[in-house]
Design a protein around this ligand. Structure first.
Ligand code: ZN
Ligand code: ZN
Ligand code: ZN
Length: 332
């Protein structure tokens, strides 16, 4: 019998089909294969083909926008939003508009065209997390911004237009609706119980164990109770932490370890799937709080969103999270 499950944080319902449960091998998909060969603006030597860098790590005396870096952050050449100007919020009758102001940056995660987060050394993954933190702290100084979304599209089916490993940061003049819903709902729970709903969920998931994937001292990866997509996974700090960019120092290395281990398992279970990864952290100006627990949501691209999902906002997931967690726990 299929089951309807409700996510306690967003209130979103999903249909988990337990009868026709699909195992890793049942998904038709393209493995992400890094071919190389074509011209790549993110490879060393081509620094002049990107906008001028705003941050670089690893340089040993080499000049700006030249080779010698281990990681580079540059403005997106084709930004979703523009950095110059003012918002000019206004109404047009019952409609609202403002100028498309924002920042859109690309973190070029490695000079090596062929490396991925799953294959690069843990220290390099940690450096990426530090770079994202540095950029978030800097972008926060711009008072026009209300939210900074950090995300990664891996593989062409997941929307990556360049195969060279990279993440993106977009600073927005509004708090995105999906985040607002999570924060507000977590706040309501907190007002009622004086506990963080994520901390409660973590405690319960550790007790139950069925949906746990892996963990270390500071982080854990689990399959959520009501996942929208097969093999959807959340990575969360074990202890309450409301903002990615304000974590204690040892957390970054610990997160790098869990992230890399998890992505390696995902590659082995689903043979190198494309995926989307998003960081949900507190909105700017409300970073220090007891109700919202920052986390990573990670969705491998295995199914297509179709009419039912568009029409209802709830998803049909053919793989129960207890099964996906079991496969990922067992992987090496
Ligand atoms: Zn490249
Ligand atoms: Zn919490
Ligand atoms: Zn979230």
């Amino acid at each position: 019998m299929p089951e309807l499950r409700k996510d306690p944080i967003t209130g979103r319902w999903v249909i988990i089909s337990t009868d026709r449960s699909r195992r890793p091998m049942d998904f038709l998909r393209e493995s992400v294969k890094i071919k190389g060969g074509n011209f790549c603006p993110f490879c060393p030597g081509n620094e002049g083909k990107t906008p001028s860098e705003v941050l670089a790590y690893g340089r040993n005396g080499s000049g700006r926008d030249t080779p010698g870096w281990s990681l580079r952050v540059v403005p997106n050449k084709f930004p979703a939003l523009g950095i110059e100007g003012s918002l000019d919020r206004e109404g047009e009758g019952l409609f609202d508009r403002m100028n498309g102001i924002g920042a859109h940056e690309v973190v070029i995660e490695s000079p090596d065209h062929r490396s991925t987060l799953a294959t690069m050394p843990q220290k390099a993954v940690e450096e990426i997390l530090w770079a994202c933190r540095d950029r978030m702290l800097d972008l926060k100084n711009d008072r026009r911004f209300r939210y900074i979304l950090l995300f990664k599209n891996h593989g062409e089916p997941a929307g990556a237009s360049l195969e060279h490993t990279h993440s993106q940061l977009i600073a927005l003049p509004i708090v995105p609706r999906r985040v607002r819903e999570e924060v507000d709902s977590a706040k309501r729970y907190y007002d009622e119980k004086e506990r963080c709903i994520f901390c409660d969920m973590i405690r319960q998931e550790i007790d139950i164990g069925d949906r746990m994937i892996l963990g270390n001292e500071y982080f854990l990866a689990l399959a959520p109770y009501a996942p929208r997509f097969p093999f959807e996974t959340w990575i969360l700090p074990r202890q309450h932490s409301s903002a990615f960019e304000n974590m204690p120092t040892p957390y970054y290395g610990s997160l790098a370890e869990v992230l890399r281990d998890f992505l390696g398992r995902l590659d082995s279970v689903l043979s190198f799937p494309s995926y989307n990864l998003v960081v949900h952290t507190s909105p700017l100006g409300e970073e220090i709080n007891d109700h919202y627990h920052w986390h990573i949501e990670m969705m491998p691209k295995l199914t297509k969103v179709a009419g039912f999902e568009w029409g209802t906002g709830f998803y049909i997931n053919p793989t129960p999270p207890e099964e996906s967690a079991r496969f990922l726990r067992g992987a090496t």
